[in-house]
Design a protein around this ligand. Structure first.
Ligand SMILES: Nc1ncnc2c1ncn2[C@@H]1O[C@H](COP(=O)(O)OP(=O)(O)OP(=O)(O)O)[C@@H](O)[C@H]1O
Ligand SMILES: [Mg+2]
Length: 549
């Protein structure tokens, strides 16, 4: 019986690692990561540099009686460098660093998790000064409720107790990281526990460039590579995604026996992460490719000729993921705010695809390719009307619920909106999208010749860079008389805008462009009158001839 019991204990103990005899051993990390390896998150780094400085020389901070924070909570989206920052602190401070992940304390056996927390802090206190890093703390630190498993509640309670059980002057700093700060128990984040909250957000354009540079250090990079362009084209990318981008590009270049990683490899890796792999196996008929070329050509042309639209970076008809083709536009900087002019321009660019289809193939032959464009245009128009006070009819009122999606308002009196307001909003959204479509269609009609040239080139080359698109438009409009000159002016305006130093010149060019445009409109209406007069003259001649006969 005793033998059987011992055997059972060994099996259970072995499989579940209850650590009865040995106690829970945490990992002591010896890190050679430094702050120089973590870039693009300067604010977070600055806060943590303080902690490193404190651990090296506590008196510097506590001289006047102040106390250093005991707990620091790093929070932000996945892959932004929280764990990397913690490793960098270990590397920089040169003090022992104990790492544990929240999931290590998740145990179905009551008391095991709590005991591991106790062990962790005991071990840390033997080596002061020391840093304890609790990664993914939401696994155990979520808000407690009476329905929670008792084991979870005990683990969290033990952490709270441990955090109270030492004073910051002892030299123990606890750093925790999470993607979900909002689910953490209030007791955990109150002053005296994790009272310093450091956000580690996705990097901005400068941060992205710096991160790309850090990861490109160990890669043989070609001379043509401009990491700023890649940084501009990757808004919303996390540090982890940027690191994977460089890695994918490097692997692909070496697979092709290239001597260095070129811009093409990096662009390809970016597209791969953003939109999935190229569907090179998908065979599309020439008809389909033409249709896509006109659709994408429509977007590109409207983008190039509309004041306020973002510069075109690339146009392609190579299918990727769900998309049959795409036009990529890049802002020069990350945009923190949008003007009404820019929003309307963005809507026009969205409408450019469908408008080109209608213009070239007729209304009967328009395709489903514009569904995501229409969604985007509608969402911009809805935001303008519902939330941004950009519709006179609806006024300076914010009606939008969270997300501001159409349909999210539901029926009844949701969001406290009256039926007449809802109807007015719908009407205004419809007006904005209709007007935008008309603008795009008129512009393309005016430059149909150029649209045809652009689509032809896209069918031929499949992918055109922004510069190639602009050159082609300029060339095509040059052959096309006065209308084209206006197009060239507008192209010039858009190109000038990209250089802030040329703002004054751009304003002049724009003014001239507008004046030329009105002259052109006058000429067009005069031409119409002349044609009508000629027709009248013809009819009169015919009438005279028949009466003479
Ligand atoms: N700011 C950055 N500077 C340099 N490299 C970065 C940065 N952010 C992320 N990375 C790269 O991404 C990898 C993953 O980052 P890390 O593990 O620190 O993300 P995390 O914020 O802890 O993510 P999670 O919340 O998912 O745990 C790092 O090893 C590094 O290669
Ligand atoms: Mg992490």
């Amino acid at each position: 019986m005793i033998k059987l019991f011992l055997l059972f204990r060994r099996v259970v103990g072995g499989a579940l690692d209850l650590d009865d005899e040995v106690g829970y051993k945490t990992t002591e990390v010896h890190s050679n990561t430094t702050f120089a390896d973590v870039v693009g998150v300067d604010e977070a780094k600055k806060e943590l540099e303080d902690i490193v400085a404190y651990l090296k020389d506590p008196a510097k901070f506590t001289r006047l009686g102040g106390k250093m924070a005991k707990g620091v909570l790093l929070w932000g989206p996945p892959g932004t460098g929280k764990t990397l920052l913690a490793r960098a602190i270990a590397g920089e401070a040169g003090v022992p660093f104990r790492y544990a992940s929240g999931s290590e304390f998740e145990e179905m056996y009551v008391g095991v998790g709590a005991r591991r927390v106790r062990d962790l802090f005991q071990q840390a206190k033997k080596q002061l000064p020391c840093i304890v890093f609790l990664d993914e703390i939401d696994a155990i630190g979520s808000s407690r409720s009476m329905t929670d498993q008792q084991s979870l509640r005990q683990t969290l309670n033990q952490i709270l107790t441990e955090l109270d059980g030492f004073s910051s002057s002892e030299g123990l700093i606890v750093i925790a990281a999470t993607n979900f700060p909002e689910v953490l128990d209030k007791a955990l984040t109150r002053p005296g526990r994790f009272d310093r909250h450091v956000e580690v957000p996705n990097p901005d354009v400068k941060g992205r460039e710096a991160i790309l540079q850090v990861h490109a250090r160990n890669v043989t990079i070609g001379k043509d590579v401009d990491l700023r362009v890649i940084a501009r084209g990757t808004p919303g990318f996390s540090g982890a995604e940027l690191s994977s981008l460089v890695n994918k590009a490097a692997c692909s270049a070496s697979k092709q026996n290239k001597l260095s990683v070129s811009m093409v490899d990096l662009e390809m890796a970016k597209d791969l992460i953003m939109m999935g792999g190229e569907r090179s196996s998908a065979a599309f008929s020439l008809e389909n490719r033409k249709l896509t070329a006109f659709h994408e050509g429509g977007h590109a042309l409207v983008a190039c000729l509309t004041d306020g639209a973002l510069p075109v970076h690339k146009a392609t008809i190579v299918p990727r993921g769900q998309a049959l083709g795409m036009v990529m536009q890049l802002p020069d900087e990350d945009m923190s705010s949008w003007s009404q002019r820019q929003m309307l321009a963005e809507m026009d660019v969205c409408m450019g695809g469908r408008a080109a289809e209608e213009l070239i193939f007729g209304e009967q032959n328009i395709t489903s390719g514009a569904s995501s464009d229409l969604e985007r245009a509608t969402s911009i128009a809805t935001s303008m009307v519902e939330k941004l006070g950009m519709s006179r009819a609806v006024g300076l009122v914010s009606h939008g619920g969270k997300g501001g999606k159409r349909g999210s308002r539901g029926g009844g009196s949701s969001n406290g909106m009256s039926d007449s307001t809802k109807a007015k909003i719908d009407e205004e959204v419809r007006r904005l999208t209709d007007e935008s479509y008309k603008r795009a269609l008129n512009l393309l009609r005016k430059h149909e010749h150029t649209l045809r040239a652009l689509a032809e080139q896209l069918v031929e080359e499949e992918t055109l860079t922004g510069q190639q698109v602009r050159d082609l438009i300029a060339e095509s409009v040059q052959e096309n008389g006065l209308t084209s000159r206006i197009g060239r002016w507008l192209l010039g305006v858009n190109a000038q805008k990209r250089n802030p130093k040329n703002a004054a010149a751009a304003a002049q060019v724009k003014d001239l462009g507008e004046r030329l445009s009105s002259v052109e409109d006058q000429i067009q209406s005069l031409t119409k009158v002349a044609t009508q007069l000629a027709e009248l003259a013809n009819q009169m001649k015919e009438a005279q001839a028949s009466s003479a006969a």
